[in-house]
Design a protein. Structure first.
Length: 288
């Protein structure tokens, strides 16, 4: 086999005999070598999911249009919904942030070093504080202040930038504003939020002080898709670490920040590598 660019094929359909064969036999006939494959059959609702990473066995370029046309005919009897993701495509990820910079800093570092294979066309904030960080990375920074009265106008500006940059994913890297129902609907399935996993137990101000007062023994973070149910969208990934009585609120918060960074970066990576399937109000996530 000649090493070649990797294509990703994702597919889902109702569970039935031959679902794996539809993909694997077709790729064999196309002269393609499967480098990695994951599948999952949800027996509770009879839904099948598959992700295959492959390249051409001889290193030849794949005729994408012919490939799609032929696979469409093969998959039609199964009512299979599928997507082919080409290797030269780099997802455009727009980041929204307020004043906390730890998640933004982490994403920018992973972007700069190539650990996240993404493009960041813009950073949007409701505060001016992190403009210098964006400028150092040569990324356009949009400061759109917001109040309860100006929320519709502010979100209209945000949506305009999202459209202008052709962003394919929006990441709320500690953007401390609640998106409107209309904005959540627009971003359904392609906006990721991060928050501490003390929710719903310790809501509101100073959650780590509340947690300290209760003597918690675990802190963590949850990355999920944005939805109209505040902080309750489909979960992509979570992180957790143990703590004990020696961790005061400031130390709990610092540990929480570290976990938020790792958890958010993992969620962005999984989404951009087409490892996540939305499945009702939850997700199917294939590991790397």
């Amino acid at each position: 086999m000649v090493d070649n660019a990797t294509y990703i094929l994702t597919a889902t359909c109702l569970s039935r005999l031959g679902t794996v064969d539809v993909i694997t036999h077709f790729l064999y006939q196309q002269g393609c070598y499967i480098k990695d494959m994951h599948s999952f059959d949800d027996t509770a609702c009879q839904q099948f999911f598959l992700r295959a990473a492959f390249c051409h066995d001889k290193g030849d370029a794949i005729d994408v249009e012919a490939f799609k046309s032929q696979l469409n005919e093969r998959a039609k009897p199964f009512n299979m919904v599928w997507q082919l993701h080409e290797p030269d495509h780099i997802p455009k990820v727009l980041i929204m942030v307020s004043k906390y910079d730890h998640c933004l800093n982490d994403l920018l570092y992973r972007y700069r070093t190539g650990h996240l294979n993404i493009e960041i066309p813009a950073i949007i904030s409701n505060h001016p504080d992190l403009k210098g960080l964006a400028e150092w990375h040569q990324i356009p920074y949009y400061h759109f202040p917001i109040t309860a009265e100006t929320k519709p106008q502010q979100e209209a500006k945000v949506w305009e930038v999202i459209q202008q940059t052709q962003a394919e994913l929006v990441v709320l890297a500690r953007y401390m504003q609640v998106l409107s129902s209309a904005m959540c609907d627009k971003l359904n399935g392609w906006a990721i939020n991060i928050h501490h996993s003390l929710l719903p137990g310790f809501k509101g101000a100073k959650p780590y002080h509340q947690a300290f007062a209760k003597g918690v023994k675990l802190v963590g973070a949850t990355a999920h898709y944005v939805s109209n149910a505040l902080d309750e969208g489909p979960i992509i990934t979570q992180g957790v670490e143990t703590v004990d009585h020696t961790h005061y609120p400031a130390e709990l918060a610092e540990k929480g920040k570290d976990i938020e960074c790792l958890t958010l970066a993992r969620a962005v990576k999984y989404h951009c590598e087409n490892r996540v399937f939305l499945h009702h109000n939850k997700t199917v996530v294939f590991p790397d």
